[in-house]
Design a protein around this ligand. Structure first.
Ligand code: 2AM
Length: 176
């Protein structure tokens, strides 16, 4: 039995897109640019919950199940570098309204349940590299993957033998 876990809601691209992303990343960034995130760990965080007790996690899962959200498609056509956290990311120039609505609802539910939410505006992104604290040469363009999402998930972030793994705990379908 666990007492608390580090949790977050996220969207995960399908495995074939994760593989295409890491192949493009290998071609587009120098090895010294940063530490690559494993393909299976590539995700877009909708709401970060932090350390959450089992009881609060159960309550948040119940609330997540009440969300009605039609599926949406993201165009992954943007890449950037945040030197402060040392992150190179993949994102979208224009976020679909569905994505902003879903993240907004999950973040509001988290805040009402007492999970601290950053006051910084939500910038949807998939972290590609960590430890990128020096200037990074960014590719002129991305392949612009169009990815449709029809469910969202709750993950637990677990450190095992020096590695971070994300364990899916639950999934919720999106439907019109
Ligand atoms: P990052 O990739 O930009 O670091 C699991 O750690 C996920 O939660 C990652 O996607 C991470 O975003 C995000 N995350 C970690 N700490 C966070 C925080 N304090 N606020 C928002 N998101 C956070």
């Amino acid at each position: 039995m666990t007492i608390s876990q580090r949790l977050f809601f996220a969207l995960t691209p399908p495995e074939n897109v994760q593989q295409e992303i890491i192949q493009w990343r290998a071609r587009s960034f120098a090895p010294e640019a940063g530490r690559p995130i494993a393909a299976a760990n590539l995700h877009l965080t909708l709401a970060f919950l932090g350390e959450v007790s089992d009881a609060k996690a159960a309550a948040l899962q119940k609330l997540a199940g009440r969300i009605t959200q039609p599926p949406f498609t993201l165009k992954l056509d943007d890449a950037g570098h945040w030197p402060r956290p040392g992150v190179v990311w993949l994102g979208c120039r224009r976020s679909p309204r569905g994505l902003l609505q879903l993240a907004g609802m999950l973040r509001a539910q988290a805040a009402r349940s007492g999970c601290y939410q950053s006051p910084q505006p939500f910038h949807p992104h998939i972290t590609l590299l960590r430890g990128a604290d020096r200037p990074v040469m960014l590719p002129a363009a991305t392949p612009g993957w169009e990815v449709s999402f029809d469910h969202f998930s709750l993950y637990a972030s677990v450190h095992e033998r020096g590695r971070t793994r994300y364990h899916p705990l639950a999934h919720w379908p999106m439907s019109a």
